[in-house]
Design a binder for this molecule. Structure first.
Ligand SMILES: *Cc1c(COP(=O)(O)O)cnc(C)c1O
Length: 549
């Protein structure tokens, strides 16, 4: 007679993949899960139905004494997918969330089965090989020498910026590892750089007050003269400059910093002040890196018959300068078509990372042997392998040509979107000089002629149109969540006016390979239909009646 304990243990074992029998026993559960996902698809960008979440009720969740079946768990988990947005849907244009390829999903499956930990090759075995290979491929792609460079996967694009600034900090103010940050340290970042500049300066103990924002030009790239001035001001004040954060592909506008110029300014200023260290340049290329696939494309003969040659070449002219950065960040989950999280920081010189190495005795149960022990310097303890495998899968799956075709398509669709929008006569593009796949735009009431330049000098006009666009977005978003409209997003302050007022813009980020001309036209048509509704609202009439533009 088996007792409860033995009975339950036997059944619990069935919840795990059998250590020696075929993992095919997993298949029915995957099939059940995928069938459930299939049922939740309804041609709209929304999975199942979107409903407001009762967080108060969620606070009363409890663990029950008895568990439930695996089948019941599958159904339960499927329920948590309801209301999600399908990244590959042609009308999903919300943000830089790329749909994941089928092979990249297998990265999650295999790492789930074996749980490699990239801290040390004792725990990661050949997954470590994949990390080194991906780092080498990307190094070669961007123009680093792969035998001298070093790359690590980390916890997201924010993590990559952490690494860049931390290493720069150690160069500018040595021994922060042991003594903490001493004296005043500065970090410079472009106006369009990601908000993680605040996180990084905060959590590294540099302090947000020591972050200097360098104004941007009309193309949303860092102004070179302003950079020189701000650098000089910081150094004159006796600060040590830990890092210049350049951005290659800003999040909202696809601004591309000119790294050759930034490096030249850095070199001149370092020489002028006889600095005992070289100011570190980190290129936050989490979005723009993929355009490096065009570094060696033959634009003249265009063997792939790509559309948008001029736009691609224009972006490529900036992205091909990534080699001037001392380190750079890459998000495969942004423009590499992998699932979250797949981010790599890459250092031009791997010895830059040596400053971060900790004594082995700090982790006495690890690192006693082996050839690959990145865990001795990483911020993380455990580093999962799924991002690495997913990145490798897509680099191999697409090759350069695959990326080229996908990017050309996204850019072509973004350009079509802009043309369709402008053809309505009721819109302005805020980032016309940026030739990626993201568009920032504003719409105008029927009785008004769009004149964005005028708004930049007239506070009241700008703020009124901000409000109008917010109302429009609110309507659009409400309809989108019911599955009846494209899913876009809005940015409260994509730039600032001459009076330092925030400019609100709607944002369409085209990132699905399934988005085609028809989807783009449907998107613009829906936006205009919602605009007509907003124009007819009494509140809009009130808003505008006192104005005479
Ligand atoms: C998205 C983004 C980040 C942050 O990356 P996560 O992967 O979200 O952590 C950093 N920089 C830029 C330019 C980004 O677009």
């Amino acid at each position: 007679m088996r007792n409860q304990y033995q009975d339950k243990l036997a059944r619990l074992r069935e919840s795990f993949p059998d250590p020696s029998r075929a993992d095919k026993r997993l298949v029915p559960y995957f099939e059940q899960a995928l069938a459930a996902a299939q049922k939740q698809k309804n041609n709209s960008p929304i999975v199942g139905t979107y409903e407001p979440i009762d967080y108060d009720a969620a606070c009363h969740a409890r663990i029950t004494a008895k568990g439930i079946s695996k089948e019941a768990i599958v159904a339960l988990l499927a329920g948590y997918c309801e209301g999600s947005v399908i990244p590959s849907h042609p009308l999903t244009q919300r943000n830089i969330v790329s749909p994941a390829t089928i092979p990249s999903l297998l990265g999650g499956l295999y790492t789930g089965l074996y749980d490699p930990n990239l801290c040390w090759d004792e725990y990661s075995q050949r997954f470590a090989l994949a990390e080194v290979e991906v780092a080498a491929m990307v190094a070669d792609l961007v123009g680093y020498q792969s035998q001298h460079s070093g790359g690590l996967f980390t916890f997201g694009g924010v993590g990559t910026v952490f690494y860049g600034v931390k290493v720069g900090l150690e160069k500018a103010a040595p021994n922060t590892t042991t003594k903490g940050v001493q004296g005043q340290v500065a970090v410079l970042a472009g106006e369009g750089s990601h908000y993680c500049r605040y996180i990084v300066c905060n959590w590294l103990g540099i302090g947000i007050d020591n972050l200097t924002i360098v104004p941007a030009d009309d193309d949303f790239s860092m102004n070179k003269e302003q950079l020189r001035q701000q650098l000089t001001t910081c150094l004159r004040a006796g600060k040590r400059v830990a890092c210049i954060i350049a951005t290659v592909g800003t999040t909202d506008s696809f601004g591309l910093d000119d790294l050759a110029q930034i490096a030249a300014v850095r070199d001149e200023v370092c020489a002028e002040f006889h600095l005992p260290y070289k100011i570190h340049i980190h290129a936050d290329a989490v979005i723009g890196w993929a355009w490096a696939m065009f570094n060696d494309y033959d634009f003249k003969d265009n063997p792939l018959s790509l559309p948008m040659l001029q736009e691609l070449q224009q972006a490529s002219a900036r992205v091909c300068q990534l080699q001037h950065a001392d380190s750079l960040g890459i998000d495969f989950h942004k423009t590499g078509f992998t699932p979250y999280v797949s981010s790599m920081v890459l250092f031009k010189r791997k010895q830059d990372l040596q400053t971060l190495v900790r004594p082995q005795k700090q982790a006495p149960y690890l690192f006693q042997f082996g050839d690959y022990r990145p865990g001795m310097l990483t911020m993380e303890g455990t580093r999962a392998g799924n991002g690495v495998l997913a990145a490798l899968a897509n680099l191999k799956l697409f090759g350069k040509d695959g990326f080229r075709v996908l990017l050309a398509h996204l850019v072509a669709m973004a350009q079509t979107f802009r043309q369709e929008l402008l053809a309505t006569g009721k819109a302005a593009i805020i980032n016309p000089a940026c030739v990626g796949s993201v568009t920032l735009f504003r719409l105008y009431p029927d009785r008004m002629t769009p004149d964005f330049a005028a708004e930049l000098t007239q506070s009241e006009r700008l703020l009124t149109i901000n409000h109008y666009n917010w109302q429009l977005f609110d309507q659009l978003h409400t309809e989108a969540m019911t599955g009846n409209a494209p899913v876009l997003s809005s940015v409260d302050a994509c730039m600032h006016s001459d009076h330092n007022d925030p400019v609100l813009a709607l944002k369409a980020f085209i990132i699905s390979p399934f988005t085609d001309t028809q989807a783009v036209k449907a998107t613009v048509a829906k936006i205009m239909a919602i605009k007509a509704k907003v124009d007819a609202m009494p509140a809009t009439k009130d808003l505008l009646c006192s104005q005479d533009w």
